[in-house]
Design a protein around this ligand. Structure first.
Ligand code: NAP
Length: 486
């Protein structure tokens, strides 16, 4: 990765103070990094609440995009996401604009931070896919009472995140990578990550690899978190479980993260803007500071990074702690910052700074059609309709409507369960049905005209909402069956 070097020979970093407690955390981090003498210069830019208030719905102005395009590296305070005004999260926008597809979230037991897990040596890293999954933000109201969201997972995305998890493990001298998925239920989406993991793990024989179902992973993380080293997950699973892992070592005040892409890296705490504490000089800046430590390593400033890590541990060990972990005798954010600066150069007896090598970012083809099928065929269509009818009445109508077309009704499902032909069970139906049609003759590929003719006929009597083509790729069906479908 190429960095922007200033005329004074320093690496330029975009600094986004953020909202709520963001400026306090970022300012503390900036002061401590500057006190190490690291060769860094800051370019301050803004995003989030102040920008939404100016009427820019993305929350990320052009000058911030321009700065990050130039520096390729940012330290960012948390940004507030307005709820319910149609604005997108400025955090997610930044991650997506710069394709920072990996979110690295390390947690490690810290001296002086007492938790129910103290003494067990928790030291693990969640590697979360950062741009796909339900966070693609593609949602619809299919009927006035039914919402759907698209869980979008690509093979290219899975391969990139899995490779990065193994490369990260290599760079940080870690021995084991778990892949946690819900592939037993979501065979195509979550299953794609599992298959990529099983295939790519063979390229890293020195690192142990193991798949785990994500719900069991949550259970194991609470029971015996010390068994884990690196965990790779899809976006939403990683989002939820990484908040859980931060709680194991003292809470969000101690959880840093890096958003890594092939060109740009954005470092930020896992926590948000905690507005109730804004401006009160009480919050814990450690999460942003340790994100700054990750930033320093990314820039090759390994010595400054190790110095800060040691100073944080010495400070915590000496009993200087903020309100989130010390209710009896807490110090202010600024006093905690000053204590860390005073402790720069000291080493903790209990904490050993890990040896890091620069991370090798995976090289992946930029081609959009990354996976090509040797053969493909359209064999049917799922037509989703909004209907107040019961399944029997709708099923009989669909059979009649499709008579004389190239497609025949096979089943109707409701929320993924077969309801027509009836299996004699009780399903509480909603007004969104999936009507599954297959070609009457399997020898012939269906055309768009065949599907359009059927949808036209359905549309004359019912409201259809969406149409999904049913395809075979390389002889394998590209769609899952409904519960109860044979
Ligand atoms: P939050 O800001 O992370 O705060 C949740 C709680 O965590 C706080 O009330 C506080 O717990 C504790 N906490 C967080 N940071 C702390 C720190 N540095 N020191 C001490 N305690 C800390 O989550 P939220 O209240 O759900 O979200 C607030 C806003 O932040 C929302 O607008 C959300 O969209 C945004 N957000 C932004 C990001 C980001 O920028 N990456 C991430 C998450 C959320 P106690 O109440 O127990 O003291």
């Amino acid at each position: 990765m190429k960095f922007h070097i200033t005329p004074s020979g320093k690496k330029l970093v975009t600094l986004i103070p953020g909202d709520g407690i963001g400026p306090e955390c970022v300012n503390a981090t900036k002061m401590i990094i500057e006190a190490t003498g690291a060769a860094i210069e800051w370019e301050e830019r803004h995003a989030g609440a102040s920008i939404f208030k100016k009427g820019l719905p993305s929350g990320v102005p052009p000058e911030t995009i321009e700065s990050l395009s130039k520096t390729r590296v940012a330290l960012k305070g948390p940004l507030e996401t307005p709820i319910g005004f149609g604005e997108k999260s400025a955090n997610v926008t930044l991650r997506k604009l710069f394709e920072t597809y990996a979110n690295i979230r390390p947690v490690r037991e810290m001296p002086g931070v007492v938790t129910p897990y103290s003494g067990r040596g928790i030291d693990l890293v969640v590697v979360r896919e950062n741009v796909e999954d339900l966070y693609a933000g593609v949602e619809y109201m299919d009927t006035p009472g039914v919402a759907t969201a698209l869980k979008l997972i690509s093979q290219k995305g899975c391969e990139k995140i899995v490779r990065l998890a193994f490369e990260f493990a290599r760079s940080a001298g870690r021995k084991k990578v778990h892949c946690a998925t819900k592939s037993n239920i979501m065979k195509f989406t979550e299953g794609m990550l599992k298959r990529a993991f099983e295939s790519i793990s063979k390229e890293y024989p020195e690192v142990e690899s193991q798949h785990i179902i994500v719900d069991n992973c949550a259970h194991q993380l609470v029971k015996t978190p010390e068994q884990f080293d690196v965990l790779v997950m899809t976006n939403m699973n990683g989002d939820i479980l990484s908040d859980l892992t931060s709680a194991l070592v003292g809470g969000l005040g101690f959880a840093p993260s890096a958003n890594l892409g092939s060109d740009v890296a954005i470092f930020e705490a896992v926590h948000g803007s905690a507005p109730k504490y804004a401006g009160k000089n009480v919050i814990n800046p450690t999460a942003v500071l340790l994100s700054g430590v990750m930033l320093l390593r990314h820039l090759g400033e390994f010595e400054a990074a190790g110095k800060i890590e040691n100073a944080v541990m010495v400070t915590l060990e000496s009993g200087v702690r903020t309100r989130d972990i010390d209710k009896n005798n807490p110090v202010s954010t600024t006093a905690f910052t000053d204590a860390i600066i005073k402790n720069l150069g000291k080493k903790s007896d209990k904490w050993k700074v890990r040896e890091y090598k620069p991370i090798q970012m995976p090289q992946v083809s930029l081609s959009p059609d990354y996976v090509k099928a040797k053969s493909r065929k359209v064999i049917g269509a799922d037509i989703f309709v909004e209907s107040p009818l019961g399944p029997d009445a709708l099923g009989k109508d669909m059979e009649q409507i499709s008579n004389g077309t190239a497609l025949a009704l096979k089943i109707i499902s409701n929320r993924g369960t077969k309801v027509y032909p009836s299996m004699g069970t009780i399903t509480d139906c909603i007004d969104q049905y999936r009507c599954r049609f297959f070609a009457r003759s399997m020898d012939k590929e269906l055309t768009d005209v065949d599907i359009a003719e059927l949808s036209k006929r359905i549309g004359s009597k019912h409201r259809w909402v969406t149409i999904e083509k049913l395809q075979d790729f390389d002889g394998a069906p590209s769609f899952t069956k409904s519960q109860g479908e044979d």
